[in-house]
Design a protein. Structure first.
Length: 345
């Protein structure tokens, strides 16, 4: 073998080794595990983020073993400004850079389990929703309380809360104001279309907004699910007989003092369409977001003759019901005496 051939073979050997080394280097950067967390971890990438913001999020969460290698793979895979997808992402242990970049580049978000319940007003609802997704609460509240938004859904501003049924919904963290309202409105349509709810509302000669408003009163009147159909039947009796509802929770709503423990005569004189002691019929809109149980309690109200109710003097949270004013006065006196004995004002 000539010296020239030997030199060529040696050179080829070095080239092969160098190539193998380079290939191994690239393989290690791309395919070796670089995520060092021990269990699934969620990160949030805000709207408008750039690649260095993503790197900061990953560094802050102590997710990466080597930040530089991630940045290199991100560049090779064209995960770069301005093509950064915001959102909530779940990172898996042991992932390599390619897997991580692929997830973020494709914008494969993990949905948020959005819980809505236990609010009195649309503004409160906006705050509760905003606390679980990216949108600013002020921006969301402005959209939800805009009269044009209510008109879009054929509602008055006072009854706009009735567009939302309490439940847990899966949405994306980056969902916008109009999209979240649209989504929840569709869920409301599905709710009323199921279990013959629309038919039952029609049988009561009530719109779904009126049922919702009635249910909100029932919800605040009693915490005992077992007596909600009874309470609902009582208020329906009052509506049918043109008797003012005289529901204390509506007066509390009218005062704006939501932790008010005892409704006094001075509160009954408050000038408000929500004061059902002064104005007959239902108030202009719901005073609370009622549970599904309370909505169904109105739709499946108990048939009885009761038109009066009073809290029981036993701290049970239950009520004494009556069909006559005589029986009601007796129940009311017992309750007032019980309150006075305990100094509750």
């Amino acid at each position: 073998m000539s010296k020239n051939i030997k030199r060529i073979l040696i050179a080829l050997g070095f080239i092969i080794l160098a190539g193998a080394g380079i290939a191994f280097y690239f393989y290690r950067i791309v395919f070796s595990p670089n995520v060092i967390i021990q269990s699934d971890q969620v990160i949030y990438i805000p709207t408008g983020s750039k690649l260095n913001d993503v790197v900061h999020v990953l560094d802050t969460a102590a997710i990466l073993k080597n930040t530089n290698s991630f940045e290199k793979v991100a560049g090779w895979m064209k995960f770069e400004d301005p093509n950064i997808n915001p959102g909530k992402y779940t990172i898996k242990p042991g992932w390599n850079n390619r897997q991580l970049v692929s997830l973020l580049r494709a914008g494969i978000q993990t949905p948020v389990n959005l819980v809505i319940n236990n609010v009195r007003t649309v503004t409160e609802l906006a705050g509760k929703i905003a606390s679980q997704i990216e949108i600013d609460s002020i921006q969301l509240a402005a959209y939800m309380t805009d009269s044009n938004t209510a008109t879009k859904y054929n509602l008055k501003k006072e009854s706009f809360l009735s567009l939302f049924v309490p439940n847990t919904y899966q949405v994306y963290w980056t969902v916008k104001a109009d999209a979240i309202v649209e989504r929840l409105a569709k869920e409301q349509e599905k709710f009323w279309a199921s279990d013959q709810r629309l038919e039952k509302a029609k049988a009561l000669n009530m719109t779904k907004e009126q049922v919702y408003t009635m249910a909100s009163i029932v919800e605040r009147e009693t915490q005992a699910g077992s007596e909600r159909p009874t309470v609902a039947g009582l208020y329906l009796n009052r509506l049918e007989q043109d008797i003012p509802l005289q529901a204390d929770p509506t007066v509390v709503f009218a005062t704006g003092i939501f932790d008010l423990r005892r409704v006094l005569n001075k509160h009954l004189e408050i000038e408000s369409p929500y004061n059902t002691y002064k104005y007959a019929g239902l108030p202009p809109g719901p005073i609370f977001m009622p549970s599904i149980q309370s909505i169904d309690a109105v739709l499946n109200a108990e048939d009885h003759d009761y038109i009066y109710m009073c809290a029981r003097p036993d701290n049970s949270g239950l009520h004494a019901f009556a069909a006559s004013i005589t029986d009601h006065n007796r129940n009311a006196n017992r309750y007032r005496n019980w309150l006075n004995e305990r100094g509750i004002k």
